[in-house]
Design a protein around this ligand. Structure first.
Ligand SMILES: C[S@@+](CC[C@H](N)C(=O)[O-])C[C@H]1O[C@@H](n2cnc3c(N)ncnc32)[C@H](O)[C@@H]1O
Length: 275
């Protein structure tokens, strides 16, 4: 069938369980046609009903759309994704924007991205600032494989990947440390969708109160910041004040916040004066 017919059929099949069947159908048919969603109108591909059905079954089982597509756009770059790695979220782009602002006036800045996953934060910063040296630390092998693939895919030669547990001994000396840690409180598990629960739980849950990584990282990684260095976290909804308190309790000063595009406090940061 033509891509147009396939889009209509896919949207109908997705309707019972998708919030955005039309938009998803466009992505899926473009994926099957091997073109960009905005080029679908010009595609002559012959889409098979059984291929659509196979994708719809996966979606009904809760496989994230992005895993089916195999890649997703974040900030200005494409990231390869699949089972074992967190899909980059638009909410996280505010951390990249904040990071670029923080290092604006520093030549050859050194940046560490803790809990790097797909590498979306590290690679976006590195691509925007080719004079920066960015280190990206990730503990889990499956996610680390995606980090390596994405460094290669984006030709981000100024990113150094490290297979490392960020709860172990810190290392290096950085102008900026950024981190989007696992931050969902364990008790919120019941409220998560099937799609989110298909992503690695090691990327999602941050202990009983969601704050475990913020506490450990603020305490331990402070020593890896240069004088006037900044530690900047992405935070979950309603976690900003608690994370600000954690930073203060660990001696950080000039605490600040940045909102995401819908006005939620998403980034909390602080400075050290390690002289
Ligand atoms: C919320 S995800 C963020 C991924 C990516 N930075 C992003 O923004 O999309 C958290 C990441 O931390 C990794 N992680 C969890 N515990 C870790 C640890 N102890 N040390 C290093 N990485 C860890 C997870 O595997 C996951 O990739």
């Amino acid at each position: 069938m033509t891509p147009k017919q396939a889009e209509i059929l896919t949207a109908q099949m997705l309707t019972p369980f998708s919030d955005e069947p039309k938009s998803e159908a466009k992505y899926i048919v473009a994926h099957l046609a091997g073109c960009e969603p905005n080029r679908l109108l010009f595609s002559n591909a012959d889409i098979k009903k059984e291929d659509i059905e196979a994708v719809v079954i996966k979606r009904r089982q809760g496989t994230p759309l992005q895993y089916i597509l195999g890649s997703w756009w974040f900030y200005k770059y494409e990231f390869l994704v699949g089972e074992g790695v967190l899909v980059p979220r638009q909410d996280t782009e505010v951390l990249v924007e904040a990071a670029l602002e923080f290092i604006e006036d520093i030549e050859n800045p050194s940046v560490m991205d803790l809990c790097s996953g797909s590498g979306c934060i590290a690679i976006s910063i590195a691509k925007e600032r080719e004079d920066a040296q960015v280190t990206a630390a990730e503990k889990y092998n499956e996610a680390y494989e995606y980090l390596l693939k994405n460094i290669n895919h984006n030709k981000a030669n100024n990113v150094t990947p490290k297979l490392a547990d960020v709860l172990d001994t810190p290392f290096g000396s950085f102008n900026l440390i950024v981190c989007n840690p696992p931050y969902i409180p364990l008790g919120d598990k019941e409220d998560l969708s099937k799609e989110v629960l298909s992503e690695p739980h090691t990327a999602l849950f941050g202990g009983d109160d969601g704050l475990y990584f913020y506490k450990e990282i603020s305490k331990n990684w402070k020593q890896s910041l240069k004088s006037n260095g900044i530690l900047a976290f992405e935070v979950g909804i309603n976690e900003a004040e608690d994370v600000a308190e954690i930073l203060k309790a660990n001696g950080f000063i000039n605490i600040g916040f940045k909102n995401d595009i819908i006005g939620i406090q998403r980034v909390v940061f602080g400075t050290v004066n390690n002289v």
